[in-house]
Design a protein around this ligand. Structure first.
Ligand code: NAI
Length: 338
């Protein structure tokens, strides 16, 4: 039986890393039919919609998407595609595993970092409720609900229990946002009581940022509202080698979209030097989600071996290889393990 997956290459370096990832997934031998849908800044500007219907229809049908980045204009212009996709498909949980890749030289290469960040994906300051009260005075509304907070907390605890994680830290700023973050924290505490086998801790977000840099190896799983999740997960990506490395998934009740943490990298787009590792590792998560555990492990160990050898790495992680050379090394490694 084959799986059907919606492939959204995106724009900028998106098509380059997506093509590389398709090659790596196919090398595992897993039977996937890709339903490729184009989504770029130009298409969005011309159609006037952040998510044209054909994209939603495809993900509704396949239930699983693999997505590259799409450029979003800063300060003005259309709503972010990712925000729109998460809202329209109710992809409420953003899950980002952050792990040391053995062999990769980073400032923290000796720390054995292995954490999972669970970010609430639908509300908080991403509600997009901004209002210019009078000229030069703007309010941006931060929305926190019991429903969304409980849902992400429960998702994190269930996930942790399933994969044998031992500790969850809720990250917040409830000392200042007593009502909003206070509600988030209350929900985490309540859900935590249902999982006595998992240690529960709390950290204020600024302290969490410092502790992550000082003692990254002591973190296990973290759960937090949307904006802190956005910032903290990029910080965590920096600990293990940067945006070119870290994968992510957006999970809902019915749909799942897997994507890298990085953006469209306009500074290097079209040069053939982008690092496809983050999207490849996202595809590894996707394969596990599809029940293709063996293929997922093959892909992951192919990546791990290429990093351990260190001969075919891209420029962002200190190597000289092009996207093509790196991908060929991955494919050869996966093929060699059959
Ligand atoms: P970015 O992640 O695109 O780039 C930041 C820096 O990291 C750049 O120097 C870039 O060259 C480098 N980089 C990122 N990914 C890399 C990779 N795979 N290999 C090698 N180097 C890599 O972030 P930036 O510049 O803030 O955003 C550019 C555009 O992407 C913006 O329009 C933004 O809105 C959009 N974006 C889209 C996302 C998505 O669709 N998932 C996520 C984040 C940003």
């Amino acid at each position: 039986m084959h799986h059907t997956v919606t492939l959204i290459p995106g724009d900028g370096i998106g098509p380059e890393v997506a093509d590389a990832t398709v090659q790596a997934v196919e090398a595992t031998g897993v039977p996937i039919r890709w339903e490729r849908v184009e989504l770029t800044r130009e298409i969005i500007e011309q159609s006037g919609e952040s998510i044209p219907d054909y994209v939603l229809e495809s993900v509704h049908r396949t239930r699983v998407g693999l997505k590259g980045p799409v450029t979003t204009p800063v300060a003005g212009g259309f709503q972010s595609v990712n925000v729109a996709l998460r809202k329209r498909l109710d992809l409420f949980a953003n899950v980002r595993p952050v792990r040391t890749l053995p062999g990769l030289k980073t400032r923290f290469q000796d720390a054995n970092i292995d954490m999972i960040i669970f970010r609430e994906n639908t509300e908080d300051l991403y509600a997009g409720l901004e209002h210019e009260v009078v000229t030069d005075v703007v309010t941006s509304l931060k929305v926190i609900t019991r429903r969304a907070s409980e849902r992400i907390a429960r998702y994190a605890f269930e996930f942790a229990q399933r994969v044998g994680r031992r500790k969850i830290t809720a990250v917040h700023k409830a000392n200042i946002m007593k009502l909003g973050d206070g509600l988030f924290l209350r929900c985490c505490r309540e859900v935590a009581q249902e999982y006595p086998g998992i240690e529960y801790k709390e950290l204020i977000v600024d302290n969490a940022a410092m502790q992550l840099v000082l003692r990254p190896e002591t973190f296990d799983s973290l759960v937090m509202p949307n904006l802190y999740g956005d910032i903290v997960s990029d910080l965590a990506a920096g600990l293990v080698g940067g945006l070119g490395i870290v994968p992510g998934s957006n999970m809902g009740e019915r749909h799942a979209v897997f994507e890298a943490v990085h953006g469209s990298a306009p500074d290097i787009a079209g040069k053939g030097i982008a690092n496809p590792t983050a999207l490849m590792q996202s595809a590894g998560l996707m394969l596990a989600h599809l029940g293709e555990q063996a293929a997922s492990e093959k892909l992951q160990s192919g990546i791990t071996r290429v990093y351990a050898e260190g001969k075919h790495l891209t420029g962002d992680v200190g190597g000289k290889a092009t996207t093509k050379e790196f991908t060929e090394a991955i494919v050869a490694n996966i093929a060699g393990s059959h």
